[in-house]
Every structure is written in C-alpha cells, then in structure tokens.
Ligand binder design. Structure first.
Ligand code: NDP
Length: 313
C-alpha cells in the first residue's frame, strides 16, 4: 500500500503532545510509513485527525480523503458539515472512559454521602443524626448508555447503587435496569434521586431535561451533567432549583463555554460549576484508536466507531 498522508487538524498546540503518541501507535499498527503532518496539500490528504475549532471547515478540497477521525467523543461540531462526504469516526478511548467513570462516581458519591454538609458546615456543633443511606437505597439514572454511560452505570451498580439507564435502543446491561423510548424516559426518571447525563448533543436530545421531565423526578433529586449543555433547559433547571424540587446540579458543560461570568449558575448556592473537565481524550490510548482506524482504512477493514450522521452521533 502507498503511505497515507494524515493531517493533524486539531488545534496546533496539541501537536507536540499527540505527535509522539501517534507516531508510536501508527508504527505499532503497521502504518509506520504514514506521512503524519500539520500541513499538507489538501488534494494529498487521506485522513484528517479532527477536533472542534479546527482550521479545516471546508472538506471540499480534500479530494482523496478516506475518513475524518474525531479526537473527541462528541461530534456535534462536525457531523452537520455538508462538505464532509466521507466516513466520520468519533473517539472511543479507554482513558477517556476511565476518567469519566471516576468523575461521575466521585460526584455521585459526594451527593449520596452528603459530603457538602460536613465540608461547608463545620461549626463546632456535633450533629450525628444523618447517617447516609446505603447505595442500594439510592436510585441513580444514567441517561445515555453508550461508551461512557454504560461504563458509568456499571461502575455505580458495582458500588451497589440502584441504577437505571436510558438509551435510544433497548439494552441489556448487568446490574442496570434499562429503559428506552419516551415512556421509558419517564419511568427511568421517576426513581432517580441522582440523574447523570451522558447523551450526545443532537436535535433529539436538546432540552431533554426540561420542565416536564424535571417534574418526573422525585423531590430533592440531583443532576450531574458531563454530557453537553444543550441537554438541559437552563431556565427550567434554575426554576426547579429555586423551588427546591431539584436539590443540586453539578454541571460540567454549558451552552456557552466558557460559562459567562454573569451566568446565574455561577452564583447559585445549589449549583456546582466545573469547567468542562469531566474527562478528556488521553493522547496515548486515543492515538492507538486513531492508528487502528487508519490501518483499517488502508487494509479495507470496516472503520470503528462510525458516526450515524442521520442521528447526529
Ligand atoms: P455514545 O455515542 O457511545 O453513546 C450515546 C448514548 O446516548 C447511546 O446510549 C445512545 O443510545 C444514547 N442516545 C443518543 N440519542 C438518544 C436519544 N434521542 N434518546 C435516547 N438515547 C439516546 O457516546 P459516548 O458515551 O461516547 O459519549 C456521550 C457524550 O458524552 C458525548 O457525546 C459528549 O457529548 C459527552 N462527553 C463529555 C465529556 C466531558 O468532559 N464533559 C468528555 C467526553 C464526552 P443508543 O445506545 O441506543 O445508540
């Protein structure tokens, strides 16, 4: 096979981190002669390693392109690009998944154990009335049971939580009560004291947590959103926080990022803002995924982790 040209079209400042890992991974995958580059004649590029805010927005000049390989799990920035005519693969990276499991379990345990009351309320008064319940008595619902959601749901079930999950298609996941479809969403929410959003940002998932669906939750439920900002109707969530129907929201992602300084979430006493750090693609393990897909492209094997662009994820 002729050596493929691979354009690294994520932000150039990531090049120094990714280049050595990509070269090693390409070599290990048997594509060591690949021309991995930050700049190339578009007509000679076979693969684009892509990330949001890439300089490449018009794929038309890339006449030899075989696939676009997204470095991120979310593809909402590129899936609608009408100039993209070749397969688009998203990132499924074991390092990214591990990080997401840790972040979600950490925040779920914080709420489950009521840690805030002790961290913020240390005032010399001995209050020992509220021993946290066991995990098995706490309902956690994970919306989205893909690469990340399934791993998070399984980890929480392993700790004993009463875990439910919801996805577009029906699933069978050990230790997790699974639901799908619109009726399934209401049923999955009805027992959720903690809701974790790990859905992609698509037209079908926008505002999935809105006044109606928030109302399905038991009073005092807590929201954890490491998915995407548009999954939540912000006004509806703020209203539910103000009435106390929702006790707390831990939000990692927002419609506008960085979250504007005057956004009500920053100052709300029952909102925790984290700056889109729940997890990220890890260069070493992600490079192996990219290299595997390039090897597949070169040998005629089917690409892994292809995006269904009609569904948007
Ligand atoms: P996947 O594509 O593997 O999984 C998506 C899940 O959402 C699937 O279970 C899918 O259902 C479900 N889903 C999609 N549309 C609907 C719908 N309309 N109704 C019900 N369920 C639906 O994605 P990942 O798990 O890899 O990633 C999830 C999201 O996490 C990413 O899109 C990204 O937005 C976010 N993310 C956030 C990060 C952060 O640091 N904050 C880091 C990485 C990712 P089905 O299984 O039936 O297809």
């Amino acid at each position: 096979m002729t050596a493929p040209t691979i354009l690294f079209a994520a932000k150039p400042e990531r090049w120094a981190t990714y280049e050595p890992h990509l070269r090693l991974a390409l070599s290990a995958a048997g594509v060591s002669d690949a021309n991995l580059t930050l700049q190339a004649d578009p007509a000679e590029v076979d693969y684009i390693v892509y990330a949001p805010n890439s300089a490449v927005q018009d794929f038309t000049p890339y006449t030899r392109l075989k696939a676009v390989l997204n470095l991120w799990a979310g593809v909402e920035d590129v899936t609608d690009n009408a100039t993209l005519k070749v397969p688009l693969a998203r990132m499924v990276d074991e390092g990214l998944t591990e990080g997401m499991v840790e972040w979600c379990v950490g925040h779920a345990l914080r709420h489950h154990l009521g840690m805030d009351a002790h961290i913020h309320g240390q005032d010399g008064v001995w209050r020992n009335g509220d021993v946290p319940p066991l995990a098995r008595h706490r309902g956690v619902t994970v919306l989205g049971l893909g690469a990340l959601g399934e791993a998070v749901a399984t980890a929480l079930a392993g700790l004993g939580f009463a875990v439910a999950g919801w996805s577009r298609s029906a699933k069978d996941i050990e230790g997790v009560q699974t639901f799908n479809g619109v009726d399934g969403l209401f049923r999955a929410l009805s027992s959720a004291q903690i809701v974790i959003l790990l859905l992609p940002d698509t037209p079908a998932t926008e505002n999935i947590l809105n006044a109606d669906t928030l109302a399905q939750l038991p009073k005092g439920a807590m929201i954890i959103n490491p998915g995407r900002g548009p999954l939540i109707d912000d006004d509806a969530l703020l209203a539910a926080l103000d009435t106390g129907h929702i006790a707390h929201a831990t939000l990692d992602v927002f419609r506008t990022e960085p979250l504007p300084q005057d956004h009500p979430y920053w100052a709300h006493p029952n909102v925790t803002v984290t700056p889109h750090i729940a997890s990220e693609t890890r260069p070493k393990t992600a490079s192996q995924v990219i290299a595997e897909n390039i090897w597949r492209g070169e040998t005629g094997a089917p690409f892994l982790h292809l995006v269904d662009r009609t569904l948007g994820y």
